[in-house]
Design a protein around this ligand. Structure first.
Ligand code: PNS
Length: 352
């Protein structure tokens, strides 16, 4: 194996460690022909790096720095050896570890890469690629690209419906994704949803019409203890958003800003009913902005017919046997009646 082009052109790489399937020289050459021959700085991230040949080729062709991620001890040693052979040690970092764990850490460090190379071992490619791709959103620099290499055509769903620029090199299939295609405009719609109301569903639906993807984050705050568990509240949300293709529901354990970062989201969407909501929302938006300045909070005005509607009102009415039809989506009406009945009555009695 040799470096094909650039400052280390023709330099031989070391022996391939057992169990590693390096990208053949001619495939690397064709791939870089497709990416553009030479580059002008920026960072490259080589995941499942194997021998490091892809990242080294990128360094040789002008990338400024490279991070190689490899779990296998012998392969990581081979990468370090190849970096020594090519003289790129000082422009590189070899991180030994599980790709998903390392990605989480890179996201926390707010790193950003112009090129991300993803070449998982073919036997795990189907599951790993599907899981890793969404994490890359947060790591892709403006103008950046993601390259996914796989043996044969990736199974349906692995590329999350993305097409990319597909190329076949013998038995190897390569997808190149431009940031614009790859980087969806993701928004997080957070709330305690105890329970989800018709007003929430309206806001989520309208957000789904604006953003490529909306992640509904079921959380809570230390000021109020929800009646239902987060898993139960998430189940209700899944039921009422089931017809929205670009909406997913997740339970959020920690801080909203951390959750947004993990999801690769740059926007928080909240519904605003009246001036009375403003004070708390303003406070939360400012605090979140302090914690994560790139994260914007966007407000969607409630429809007039929902301006009086709140989860706390639904809880109280349901628990005292009142009719919540029209206040919560029809699909969860019975569940809300059952699960909240008697709760507030008990609470009211407790309080005398
Ligand atoms: O429906 P709610 O009760 O207004 O939702 C509040 C929620 C869940 C959005 C908010 O409490 C939140 O963001 N919780 C996560 C913890 C966090 O990040 N707290 C600091 C934000 S000020």
């Amino acid at each position: 194996m040799r470096v094909v082009a650039g400052t280390a052109r023709g330099r031989r790489l070391g022996k391939v460690p057992p169990g590693v399937r390096p990208t053949a020289d001619w495939v690397r050459e064709s791939l870089f022909n497709a990416l553009g021959q030479f580059f002008d700085g920026g960072e490259v991230l080589d995941l499942y790096a194997g021998t490091g040949a892809l990242g080294i080729e990128a360094l040789s062709r002008g990338f400024g720095r490279a991070v190689f991620v490899e779990k296998d001890r012998r392969a990581a040693a081979a990468i370090r050896g190849n970096l020594r052979l090519t003289g790129f040690e000082h422009r590189s970092e070899v991180v030994r570890g599980d790709v998903k764990t390392v990605l989480e850490s890179l996201i926390r460090q707010r790193r950003s890469f112009r090129l991300i190379l993803l070449d998982p071992p073919y036997r795990i490619a189907a599951t790993e690629t599907g899981e890793v791709l969404p994490c890359l959103r947060a790591l892709l620099a403006p103008g950046g690209r993601v390259v996914v290499e796989s043996g044969g055509v990736p199974a349906d769903g692995v590329l999350n419906g993305k097409r990319g620029n597909e190329r076949r090199y013998g038995g190897t299939s390569v997808h190149i994704f431009e940031r614009s295609e790859f980087f969806m405009n993701v928004a997080v719609c957070p709330g305690s949803f105890d329970p989800v109301t018709a007003g929430h569903v309206d806001i989520i639906r309208r957000a789904a019409g604006i953003f490529d993807h909306v992640v509904v984050a079921v959380g809570g705050n230390l000021r109020k203890r929800p009646t239902l568990s987060s898993a139960e509240r998430a189940r209700l949300l899944e039921k009422v958003t089931g017809d929205m293709e670009n909406v997913t529901v997740e339970v959020m354990g920690g801080l909203l800003v951390d959750f947004a970062r993990e999801q690769g989201a740059r926007v928080i969407v909240k519904g605003l009913r009246a001036v009375s909501d403003f004070e708390l929302e303003f406070e939360q938006a400012q605090l979140n902005r302090n914690l994560y300045p790139e994260l914007e909070t966007v407000f969607i005005m409630s429809a007039a017919e929902h301006s009086f509607l709140s989860s706390s009102a639904v809880r109280e009415i349901a628990s005292l046997g009142g009719d919540v039809r029209g206040l919560v989506p029809e699909a969860i009406l019975e569940t809300v009646r059952e699960q909240y009945s008697g709760v507030a009555r008990g609470e009211l009695e407790d309080k005398g």
